[in-house]
Design a protein around this ligand. Sequence first.
Ligand code: 1CP
Length: 357
Amino acid sequence: MAQAPIGRFDDAPFIRACRRQSVDHVPVWFMRQAGRSLPEYRAARGPGSILDAIARPELVAELTRQPVDRYGTDAAIFFSDIVVPVAAVGFGVDVAPGTGPVVARPFRAKEDLQRLRPLEPEVDTPYVIEAVDILVGVLGVPLIGFAGGPFTVASYLVEGGPSKNFTKVKALMHGEPAIWHELIERLTDMALASLRSQLDAGASAVQVFDSWAGILSPRDYAELVLPATRRIFAELSRTHPGVPTILFGVGTGELLALMATAGSTVIGVDWRVPLDEARRRVGPDVAVQGNLDPALCLSSWEVVAEETRDVLLRAGTAPGHVFNLGHGVLPETDPGILGQVVELVHAEARAGVRASS
Ligand code: 1CP
């Protein structure tokens, strides 16, 4: 794996851990750290669609910084959403408060491919580039850019919104493989264009959120999603060598070994698979990220502390662990608890507790 220097954060613990280099403390950040659980987020964001907020670079920079300032996390996740590229090319996607992405006219047939023209980031999402540019000047930690994974974005377009059983998208994958192939290739191109624009503007790493890929059987994932996912990481390592890349999904225990062949430097793991077992499944060539159960963050500090220590213990002392939750911060989480988690993760490693336990 290329380890070319990527700039001023080369020695940051988050970047070093992604590259499986030694660190003086385990780096930590939280998926969905920017947003709903923070009072300062609700105050700054105000009412209206999140897509309007995402198009305001100064606000995006503020929302991205808030959790870093509050918690002292080792990385910032860019404030945006996985449906921004498809919304920006005019597919007709909104994000409904309390629900998530909703699509006015879901993807049904070959003709709908025309509604997915290529993304031109400078023209379609200049506000993303501008916000990354602002952040690079003010953040003291690496900025993680992101895109939705091709299956997860496709699932919203085909299902028309959040889904439980993903029946329509599975029907398309199996019933119309040629259309599925064309759809996922177009979404891969869009994800790549978006990720590149964030990296070119100064993001230090990227995460691909294929959040709902765990709904697929290993065979479907391997045949119908993995090739496109591999293309994302292959092309990024060509255009942006040495940049850490993370692939994440929920409920992916049975897919971890396959995901580890996608070409990312890090695999994100949810709370269902302990990290010692996850390390066995992904092998020695990738780092792991995770995996405290976000639901348990609603428990008492005693419980959260014990679970946090358990995650660190199971991750072991070998390099290549980025501490995170197993999925996003739940809106009802007490921000104070997350601050304590950051402190504990940093302190445990410094005290050498992990090495001796
Ligand atoms: O208006 C609001 O505040 C609504 C809540 C919200 C927020 C804060 C949505 C709607 N999106 C976001 C921002 C967001 N989305 C970020 C930046 C904040 C951060 O991570 O700190 C990121 C990285 C995302 C990515 C995202 N959007 C994912 C992948 C991560 C994951 O949680 O799995 C997914 C699946 C979405 C779709 C989406 N957008 C919003 C919601 C509620 C959802 C999920 C809907 C569903 O359950 O299907």
